[in-house]
Design a binder for this molecule. Structure first.
Ligand SMILES: NC(=O)C1=CN([C@@H]2O[C@H](COP(=O)(O)OP(=O)(O)OC[C@H]3O[C@@H](n4cnc5c(N)ncnc54)[C@H](O)[C@@H]3O)[C@@H](O)[C@H]2O)[C@@H](O)CC1
Ligand SMILES: [K+]
Length: 217
């Protein structure tokens, strides 16, 4: 896999070519979630307690894949629907795949404040985020940052929530991570001075899109 830095729009184009070459979007989401979970396992080889904070888009869909993989491995998993039920087709599919597993589904941030989690997965917003955090996003990022301060390890899916992918502009109240697992290519925010420190260690994982499929930009 080549080292590349691409914008949010270019990443969408790359995913489109992946799909056109026979790698369905749902499979890319599966690969992304499992790649992030594999990085989590490198830090935590034994199951513990895990909070997955999910937004309503495809970043949240990656979070549901992580929640499923962890629950199957014996982690005590809570999935927070920080903005209600998922809205994209692939995220809905992965949310439904949780129903047969023992995952605690929670819609209220406040009840989690006093619980202990070894690991928090930030799957609230990815490349789709821009602008300022609204009240539900602020509450979820606030929860993640408080759990981080009290010792939880925070893994950000693609990028910490509340950062503009292309400019690295950091919204007030954005999440801070110990480890960020991004997919296929780095994005500007991973290298820009304003946002890179919020990412912690950054790992770029292969999600199955071959180098030769990538369009020329
Ligand atoms: N498209 C694909 O095939 C893949 C996408 N992947 C994941 O999908 C992510 C991108 O997903 P989406 O494009 O669905 O978007 P996100 O899940 O990043 O964002 C969710 C939603 O937040 C909304 N939003 C934007 N600014 C906001 C604000 N200030 N306050 C509240 N909501 C706001 C957006 O309209 C978007 O619908 C990537 O970061 C990556 O994690 C991966 O699953 C790999 C495959
Ligand atoms: K995220």
């Amino acid at each position: 896999m080549k080292h590349r830095i691409v914008t949010a729009a270019q990443m969408k184009e790359i995913e489109r070519t992946g799909d056109a070459h026979g790698l369905p979007y749902l499979q890319m989401m599966e690969n992304a979630g499992l790649a992030a979970y594999a990085e989590l396992q490198k830090q935590f080889p034994h199951p513990g307690s895990l909070l997955v904070v999910c937004g309503k888009g495809n970043n949240g869909g990656d979070g549901f894949v992580i929640a499923r993989a962890a629950a199957k491995d014996g982690w005590n998993v809570t999935a927070l629907l920080a903005e209600g039920e998922p809205k994209t087709t692939d995220a809905i599919t992965n949310f439904e795949r949780l129903h047969s597993l023992s995952v605690n589904i929670c819609a209220d941030c406040t009840v989690l404040e006093t619980q202990h989690f070894d690991v928090v997965v930030d799957a609230l917003y990815g490349t789709g985020f821009h602008g300022a955090l609204r009240p539900s996003g602020l509450a979820a990022c606030g929860l993640m940052n408080r759990l981080h301060k009290s010792g939880a390890f925070v893994l950000a899916v693609d990028l910490p929530s509340g950062i503009n992918t292309d400019t690295g502009e950091v919204a007030e109240g954005a999440a801070h991570a110990d480890l960020t697992v991004t997919f296929d290519s780095y994005k500007p925010l991973h290298v820009v001075e304003s946002s890179a420190p919020l990412c912690g260690k950054i790992v770029c994982s292969d999600i199955g899109i071959r180098d030769e499929w990538h369009p020329e930009f």
